[in-house]
Design a protein around this ligand. Structure first.
Ligand SMILES: Cc1ncc(COP(=O)(O)O)c(C=O)c1O
Ligand SMILES: Nc1ccccc1C(=O)C[C@H](N)C(=O)O
Length: 425
């Protein structure tokens, strides 16, 4: 028998929550329940502080800020990479904080996509975020191929999830490189990265993952699994701020590989200011940087990553699972008879940090939610994404947001709006 969930259940869960105190670290707005940390995480006081520290180093040190002050800018991408490594299960020198998701994808595919003989194609899937697909199409064109033929996109049987068996079956001897998401941005499905990497390795295919929707929400073991490369953004679960600098990982077995897209920040640090016209690139993940780091967009990450180290990614994952489980069960209990369809896989080891629910009136339900103080995001044509985030959401938030949704449905408050999306969500 399923348990009857009440307000008291939520309060009891909050009482047992060992991460509850982290909520105080964030700027939460009064009368608002923010459930969109899977798209843009909230500002923490630590992140704000380190941003101010770096503005101050610019103010007081000028050019010397590159090598002096609390966080010398010249080494920030490397030092943040060391801290980030734990979140992806990598060695410190395998990770660098640089670029953006899309530019890092370009860099890594330009580096590791080496079509030769029969192996000329890239394997991806039909559910990935569009930017990745556009980037892959253009990388294929850069090599002089037609992407209609050279980009193989594994199909989804249900339009929401992928089957590892289908991906493995598509790993033919024509595939040179595989790129997949760790967690699907819509349905929140976690792909079995360990298994897929093993299968790719057996076939001699390079494999990489886009970790945008898993970083800071689930643990990874990239080095142990032998993943060749990965990249991710830092503005969702990592709360680095709009446009914060992304990150990439390259497995140690590829150290010494020249970057496909070089620039002077690809240099060995000690050689960079020799200003030679022959690049001596770094031997580690640092080689995949290109130009000057966006220092002010790195700054909030210094403070934000501290919080992840204090909380621990395993604890974050446990709370996140409990939050999404509670939210799903509560919606099933409270919204019986409504036309909501859950698209997340139900098992814990398959469910990422957000829920994805479909409803024919999704666009205007999202509008109504926002006006009632609950911040979701909408994904066209009829999807609502809800992310109760471990570091700043509570079980009480989940209770309250589901009650608000229940009222919106019962009183048909959504009918006041047009069923059309806004510009962003
Ligand atoms: C899975 C995935 N890939 C790529 C992107 C694009 O990232 P960016 O615009 O930071 O390059 C996003 C989100 O914007 C994403 O969710
Ligand atoms: N970078 C953005 C800029 C503006 C608005 C949204 C985004 C997102 O990140 C969307 C996200 N990737 C998604 O999974 O829908």
């Amino acid at each position: 028998m399923t348990r009857q969930l009440t307000y008291e259940t939520a309060i009891a869960l909050d009482k047992q929550d060992s991460l509850a105190s982290f909520r105080e670290e964030f700027y939460l707005q009064d009368n608002q329940i923010y459930l969109d940390g899977n798209s843009l995480g909230l500002l923490s006081k630590r992140a704000e502080k380190t941003l101010h520290t770096l503005i101050d180093s610019w103010k007081t040190l000028g050019i010397d800020g590159w090598t002096e002050g609390n966080y010398p800018w010249f080494y920030l991408s490397e030092s943040l990479g060391d801290k980030m490594a734990q979140l992806v299960g990598a060695f410190e020198d395998e990770v660098i904080v640089t670029g953006s998701t899309t530019t890092n994808l370009h860099q890594l595919v330009a580096t590791f996509y080496k079509p030769a003989g029969k192996r000329t194609k890239i394997l991806a899937d039909e559910l990935n975020f569009p930017s990745d697909i556009y980037a892959l199409q253009s990388q294929i064109q850069q090599k002089g191929f037609d992407y209609q033929e050279h980009l193989v996109q594994v199909k989804s049987a249900d339009g929401h999830t992928l089957k590892e068996e289908d991906i493995i079956e598509a790993m033919t001897d024509e595939i040179a490189l595989i790129l997949l998401p760790s967690v699907l941005y819509r349905s929140g499905q976690i792909l079995d990265m360990k298994r897929l990497t093993e299968e790719a390795r057996q076939r001699g295919i390079v494999i990489g993952f886009d970790l945008c929707h898993s970083i800071g929400s689930i643990p990874h073991e990239l080095s142990e699994w032998g993943v060749d490369f990965a990249f991710w953004c830092t503005y969702k679960h990592l709360n680095g701020g709009p446009g914060s600098v992304g990150s990439l990982y390259v497995n140690r077995k590829h150290f010494g590989t020249a970057p496909g897209l070089a620039g002077w920040f690809s240099s060995k640090k000690e050689k960079q200011f020799d200003m030679e016209h022959t690049l001596t690139h770094a031997e580690d993940a640092g080689a995949f940087q290109m130009g000057t780091p966006h220092v002010l967009s790195l700054a909030p990450l210094i403070g934000s990553l501290e919080l992840f180290h204090e909380a621990g990614i395993e604890q974050i994952r446990q709370k996140s699972l409990a939050l999404t489980r509670f939210m799903k069960e509560l919606m099933e209990q409270e919204l019986k008879g409504e036309q909501f369809v859950f698209r997340n896989p139900d098992q814990d080891d398959r469910r990422g940090g957000h829920l994805y629910i479909e409803h024919p009136e999704a666009a205007r339900i999202c509008r109504a939610l926002k006006d009632e103080g609950v911040i979701p995001d909408f994904r066209t044509p009829n999807g609502i994404r809800l992310a109760p985030v471990a570091l700043y959401n509570s079980f009480e938030d989940v209770w309250n947001s589901v009650q608000i949704l229940k009222r919106i449905m019962k009183e048909e408050l959504y009918k006041k709006y047009e069923n059309k999306r806004g510009v962003v969500a």
